[in-house]
Write a protein that binds this ligand. Structure first.
Ligand code: ADP
Length: 739
């Protein structure tokens, strides 16, 4: 192998630009992965300032140095703006500090400015080294040993404003902060019949404002990509008044900090307040969320995303050749993707340029399909009433039913179903108490305001259970479907819901009324249903687990202790694996793998060795059905006994709190957007006379329908889980991250 194709000598990792929650998880993943491959890794403190200052700001790292950073917000490495790095002299000093330590590969976690700076540095690298040789600062041998600078970029930014990735590190956490604040405001606003104008971050990008609107009941939205029409102020007042007239007790106008009118004049919160007070006499208050949005512990998704990307960054550096264009590592759907770094920067800047040039359609186009789709859905749901139905449109009767355990997001699905259905001119029916209610005819016609206030509530307002009809119940269900003249059915639920929907579909030849399109939408915290890589509700459950594990971690600070934490999931280890990855567990037991005595013995040895060399906390995540014999109690007793004087052991069974709680922003948004797709599916079938039934899900990150007829072929007949579980690909990553 030629000299220049060998692996990087040492890797440096830095965070730069604005801080973002999740950056620490990325740094940890970079360090663990590099050490896993036997490569030295250095943490560079204070961004580029640290790189060019050197000394104690560049520190060699070991995985144990990262034990306490995963759950922390911001960046523990620190970040700083550096004017000096913008100069060639500054970059020369940086190069010298790196060569002195043998660092010739960099993982830069920052925004487009930081990544642009990194690319300039990379291009100049050979010349900078030649200059350092000329000035006698480094030897020719040292320069020769590091002919190229390898570079990968990860985007840390709460704004989600970067091309090349669906999500930037930090955006999901910011959304959590905004949605928490807006839920809190809603209760005070409705107590006083007030209007709130809430300003959120996003100078060039309306992502946070748009998604927060979709996840809360905001009534008006202003984002930079889509300035409102000329008479926006009057339109806004009319819409707020219409909401009041139908009984809304609170109104919220959400404005991104970069919002402006079609002429480019800023629209400020003050301006909006004045308009509302003048025109409507509304008691209006302004809340500018500001830096709160950056703060707090990273969400489960940000920890997972950052871990995935940090790991992929090092893997990429190891395979990059000398001529490789530096890449940005991002996520599309749930796949890690790489895109040339500077293409991403250029594309990102293009959106800002379109906005500046007042080409707003162009800006929306560049933002992508799901941004535009979300904007469209929001416009409908925000209305005070359905639009008049065009003459001649058939008023189909659609029903929604849940099945399986409760899942956060179920109320969002019903809310979206009711409003989007009514807006199409359909009659919408909610089946109470799952398939038992469908059998008994417990079915209610819904109106626009019947779902008011449902956006933030966990649980399932219309009820759910695990009843699966068979025998006589099928005939009774068919009768009720006929009696209520149901033309199409959405089943938003989990395992039992899929079984029930398939049972009805299977009997469509026997009962004419069952020969209707049925669409299943995945809503279960367990993520154990077929036809999808992700189910709604699991994100809320993961956040609940991760928050609890953070507390467990703190409780154990003064002792040397192993915690065995049992999480839900039934026969599916998704929650265990993902929560283990997001909380820094050293061992994760899954039902897919079971537990053996040999593995337990090995784990005890590993734990003992860790505690002997300074470890203070051992974290084990055990999925509830991981093994019938080696229960959580058994494991805890075993570790307690074998830990001797080195460590003690405690168990924490998290239980049903994982199914409860307010739905996370992701679950609210996904519940809403998937429901929209389900209604479209039914509408297409009914309008074309089709009778197909399907399961909607994420496959390779895209929404896809799978024929419901194939349901039995997609599941494990012995265990309650799908045959294909793509998330198991992350098993290896969990092994690298365990310590
Ligand atoms: P962000 O990375 O969040 O966009 P900035 O644009 O402030 O944040 O950039 C962070 C740092 O990256 C700057 O302080 C500077 O050190 C470096 N940087 C940004 N742009 C360049 C550039 N064109 N050349 C060299 N360094 C740059």
């Amino acid at each position: 192998m030629s000299e220049v194709h060998r692996r990087p000598a040492s890797i440096g990792v830095l965070t730069s630009g604005g801080d973002a929650p999740g950056m620490n998880a990325a740094v940890r993943a970079v360090i663990c992965t590099a050490v896993h491959h036997g490569i030295d890794v250095y943490a560079i403190h204070e961004g580029y300032r640290g790189l060019l200052t050197g000394g104690p700001l560049i520190q060699r790292m070991e995985p144990e140095d990262t034990d306490t950073i995963l759950h922390r917000g911001g960046t523990t490495l620190g970040t700083a703006r550096s004017q000096e790095f913008r100069t060639r002299d500054g970059r020369r000093s940086a190069a010298r500090n790196m060569v002195d330590r043998g660092i010739d590969a960099l993982v830069v976690i920052g925004g487009d400015g930081s990544l642009t700076g990194a690319d300039i540095f990379r291009q100049e690298w050979p010349d900078l080294l030649a200059e350092l040789v000329d000035s006698g600062d480094i030897s020719a041998d040292a320069a020769g040993a590091h002919p190229v600078l390898r570079l990968v970029g990860l985007v840390g930014s709460i704004d989600n404003d970067m091309s090349g990735t669906d999500m930037t590190i930090g955006a999901d956490t910011a959304l959590h902060r905004i949605v928490e604040a807006m839920d809190a405001l809603r209760s005070t606003a409705s107590s006083h019949q007030r209007t709130f104008v809430v300003e959120v971050m996003g100078r060039q990008c309306g992502y946070l404002a748009l998604m927060a609107s979709l996840a809360t009941a905001a009534n008006w939205l202003l984002i930079p990509e889509q300035p409102p029409a000329e008479d926006w102020a009057m339109q806004m007042c009319r819409d707020i008044k219409a909401g009041r007239d139908i009984g809304r007790r609170q109104s919220v106008v959400l404005v991104a900090e970069g919002a402006h009118d079609t002429h480019g004049n800023p629209i400020t919160a003050d301006h909006i307040k004045t308009m509302l007070e003048q025109e409507l006499g509304e008691d209006t208050r302004i809340t500018i969320l500001g830096h709160v949005q950056r703060g707090g512990a990273p969400s489960a998704f940000d920890r997972y995303l950052a871990t995935l990307l940090g790991h992929a960054a090092v893997e990429r550096l190891l395979t990059d050749g000398v001529d490789t264009t530096p890449q940005l590592i991002g996520l599309r759907g749930n796949r890690v993707v790489t895109t040339p770094l500077m293409d991403c920067v250029a594309q990102t800047q293009a959106v800002a340029e379109r906005i500046k040039a007042k080409d707003y359609d162009g800006a929306m186009l560049l933002r992508g399909g799901s941004f535009r789709q979300s904007y469209k859905i929001l416009q409908t749901i925000q209305q005070a009433a359905a639009r008049p139905t065009p003459a001649g449109r058939h008023r189909f009767r659609l029903a929604i039913v849940h099945g399986g355990g409760p899942s956060p997001g179920m109320n969002n699905a019903v809310r979206a179903f009711v409003r989007l259905g009514l807006d199409r001119g359909y009659t919408v029916l909610a089946v109470q108490n799952g398939f038992r209610g469908l059998r008994d005819g417990d079915i209610q016609e819904m109106g626009w305001m019947d779902v008011s206030g449902w956006v933030s509530d966990g649980g399932a307002e219309i009820g759910t259970n695990r009843f699966v009809p068979s025998g006589e119940a099928i005939a009774q269900t068919a009768e009720q479907i006929a009696a209520h003249r149901i033309d199409g059915l959405v089943m938003a639920g989990g395992w039992a819901g899929y079984q029930a929907a398939h049972e009805l579909h299977r009997h469509r030849g026997q009962y004419r009324s069952l020969d209707i399109p049925i669409v299943c939408m995945p809503m279960t915290i367990n993520n154990d249903v077929p036809g999808t890589e992700l189910s709604i509700g699991s994100d809320t459950a993961l956040n609940s687990i991760v928050a609890d594990v953070d507390k467990i971690r703190q409780s154990a600070v003064a002792t040397r202790r192993v915690f065995v934490v049992e999480v839900m999931g039934r026969d599916c280890g998704y929650l265990a694996l993902l929560s283990g990855l997001s909380s820094g567990a050293e061992r994760i037991y899954l039902p897919e793998e079971g537990i053996t005595l040999d593995s337990l013995t090995a784990d005890i040895h590993t734990l003992a060795e860790g505690f002997r060399t300074g470890k203070r906390l051992g974290l084990i995540i055990r999925s509830e059905h991981a093994d019938a014999v080696y229960t959580t109690g058994f494991l805890t007793s075993l570790f307690e006994k074998e830990g001797g004087d080195l460590f003690d052991a405690r168990q924490a069974i998290l239980g049903h709190i994982q199914e409860g709680g307010d739905p996370s922003p992701f679950d609210r948004i996904h519940a809403t957007s998937l429901t929209a797709r389900c209604i479209e599916f039914l509408a297409e079938q009914l309008e074309s006379g089709g009778r197909a039934s399907a399961m909607l899900g994420f496959q390779s990150g895209r929404l896809q329908f799978t024929d419901l007829t194939s349901y039995p072929t997609l599941i494990d007949p012995h265990a309650q889980r799908p045959l294909e579980q793509r998330w198991m690909d992350r098993r290896g990553l969990a092994e690298i991250m365990r310590r």
